[in-house]
Write a protein that binds this ligand. Sequence first.
Ligand code: GRF
Length: 225
Amino acid sequence: MTRIAVLASGGGSNLKAILEYLVSLGPAAPGQVVLIASERRQSGAIAKGLANAIDTVVLGDATDPNSHELEALLAAYKIDLVVLAGYLRLVPAAVVDRYTDRIVNIHPSLLPAFGGPGMYGSRVHQAVIDAHETISGATVHLVSREYDRGLILAQWPVPVLRTDSAAALAERILTVEHALYPRIVAALAAGRRDRFPLKPAPAYFANPPISAAAIAGQIDALLAN
Ligand code: GRF
């Protein structure tokens, strides 16, 4: 069983989706979230960890890139896979190097567009709208020493509507994130990397299925074949 740590700074909706998806797999689940860490005691992620009886840790010095706190924590919990779910701090280089190809992140745009330092939350979506893009989306990628620059594992497009606010676009993309990220995390936990990079068939976007269930079905089919 792959031991997973989730790092999150915010509301934790992706964490919730991952926990629910792994539970839905029952005994077939290839991994288990055994640790949730955040630099913010008030984050929704910490609350979700406590509610689910998962060990939670509030990081004391997450702003220090030379800190060994996270490295020691991951070692103590014998973590195999690190999942960033809205984690706003740069992962220390020592951790990136130790967990090569075993740290994954999700970003709410089609990277490399609208990524990098300072591009998080509504800033990403507002920049997409200001640039008059018609397509944005979600990207799952491995974590390297630079923000949002690691190998892309999956990308899923989402239409940008002319009337969109940043909040409306964020919500549409989050629906995709909640279908996409748990499935990619489970595939990584199972050691299945043969399907990456994962992209919807070109026909997908011509007639986008908009329900979360339809998106999940497409992703399941792509991962199964
Ligand atoms: C998501 O949009 C994710 O792509 C980005 O941060 C946000 C986290 O949202 N990295 P939540 O805390 O999972 O609700």
